[in-house]
Design a protein around this ligand. Structure first.
Ligand SMILES: Cc1cc2nc3c(=O)[nH]c(=O)nc-3n(C[C@H](O)[C@H](O)[C@H](O)COP(=O)(O)OP(=O)(O)OC[C@H]3O[C@@H](n4cnc5c(N)ncnc54)[C@H](O)[C@@H]3O)c2cc1C
Length: 363
């Protein structure tokens, strides 16, 4: 019996599990190690905050999916790796031995040296803890809707959260802080300007070209010496890597993300695979759910081939991805390469894609 350990119930691994459920592997014992029983689909999370979805609609039941895949489900998280001894050290003190290892543990919030953020800001990752924080925040805002919110980080997630909170709380002062002149770095300029207009129209204060330096109980201190007063601070400052893969000696990039070749295999340890945001692809792409989802099928195929001793097949992530950004009120924006669109029809399109994705995994 060979042992395959899947670390993390991320967007690529849910596909691997689904593929195993459809075509089981002979003579392989598969184990999923992940800290939560469900996987939240982040694309729908702002819609849950806006009140468009129940949380169950945004969650994949990992225990049920593991059952279908004939996979052992172990609820804990990896905190270390022994690559010579082929075992994962888990937070609960146990060791999980493997012959083959696949890692899809996602990112952690990039702190970017913001003092006080870990104690005074609600961080978007881990998403389950963020959900706990939002469940605590929503009743506070219902009781005191004029208590200001500051969101640090103006990528797609920060922008979507600002619009979702505005949809839910029309009277709450909301400030969105980003380091560029416009929000949504990397998306088409047309869409970025449109976002700025929409922020203004919805009375979300845009604080651009500034960086948060310190978060206190009273708000956010910026690098220009000003302070944004806030009763609640959300930190959505991009993706960083967990430290244990690099500490174990896996080849990583300079930020600690696991290097993989075109077959999603570690160049330093060929019995280790990685996909999703934790992976540094041979042909780099932005950290985004789209690429984590797209990596699922080639990862499933290559794990299957590796265990059968067959040749692996290279995969190149698509050059362009479709970004769909909800703006709270059944309205959304879409970006594809240099092109951008917006409207209620874009929201319906996004809603259909998201529900279709979830239906595949029984949600
Ligand atoms: C609010 C928000 C909205 C977003 N919207 C979009 C969007 O619309 N489109 C888009 O493309 N991207 C979006 N993103 C980005 C997207 O969430 C990530 O790119 C995507 O989740 C990456 O998928 P992943 O599989 O790499 O990791 P994740 O989805 O983070 O999954 C990682 C899994 O590993 C588990 N895990 C974590 N640590 C460990 C450990 N040490 N040991 C074992 N298991 C572990 C986690 O519990 C989780 O199950 C959004 C992000 C946020 C925060």
């Amino acid at each position: 019996m060979k042992r395959l350990v899947l670390l993390g119930g991320g967007h690529a691994h849910v596909h691997v599990l689904d593929a195993l459920a459809n075509t089981p592997l002979d003579d392989v014992e598969v184990t999923l190690i992940t800290p939560y029983r469900r996987q939240i689909y982040s694309g729908m999370l702002p819609g849950w905050i806006a009140g468009h979805y129940q949380l169950d609609q945004c969650a994949i039941d990992l225990t049920r999916l593991s059952d279908r895949a004939g996979c052992r489900f172990v609820q804990t998280r990896a905190v270390g790796l022994d690559l010579n001894g082929c075992s994962v050290l888990c937070e609960d003190g146990t060791l999980a031995s493997f012959d083959w290892l696949s890692i899809d543990v996602g990112p952690v919030t990039a702190h970017q040296s913001i003092d006080g953020a870990s104690s005074h800001a609600l961080q978007v990752r881990p998403i389950e803890e963020f959900i706990g924080g939002i469940n605590h925040l929503l009743p506070l805002l219902q009781d005191n809707p004029t208590s200001p919110i500051a969101i640090v980080g103006a990528g797609a997630a920060g922008v979507e959260l600002a619009f979702a909170l505005r949809h839910r709380f029309s009277a709450t002062p909301i400030a969105l802080i980003g380091s560029d002149a416009l929000p949504l770095d990397g998306l088409p300029p047309l869409l970025r300007r449109r976002t700025l207009k929409l922020l203004r129209r919805k009375q979300i204060e845009w604080i651009g070209e500034r960086r948060a330096q310190r978060v206190t109980g009273n708000g956010v201190e910026l690098n220009d010496g000003t302070t944004v007063s806030a009763g609640h601070v959300l930190q959505v400052t991009g993706a960083a890597a967990q430290s244990w893969p690099a500490a174990a000696g896996l080849a990583t990039d300079e930020r600690g993300f696991i290097q993989v070749n075109a077959c999603l295999q570690s160049p330093s340890h060929p019995h280790v695979f990685a996909a999703g945001d934790i992976a540094a692809y041979h042909d780099p792409r932005p950290k985004s759910g789209v690429f984590a989802v797209r990596a699922g099928p080639p990862l499933a195929e290559n794990l299957r081939a590796a265990m059968a001793g067959k040749p692996l097949a290279p995969w190149t992530p698509q050059r362009r991805a479709l970004y769909l950004i909800s703006t709270g009120d059944h309205h959304a924006m879409a970006a594809w390469g240099p092109f951008g669109w917006w409207g209620n029809w874009v929201w319906r399109w996004k809603d259909r894609i998201d529900r279709h994705f979830m239906a595949r995994f029984g949600a």
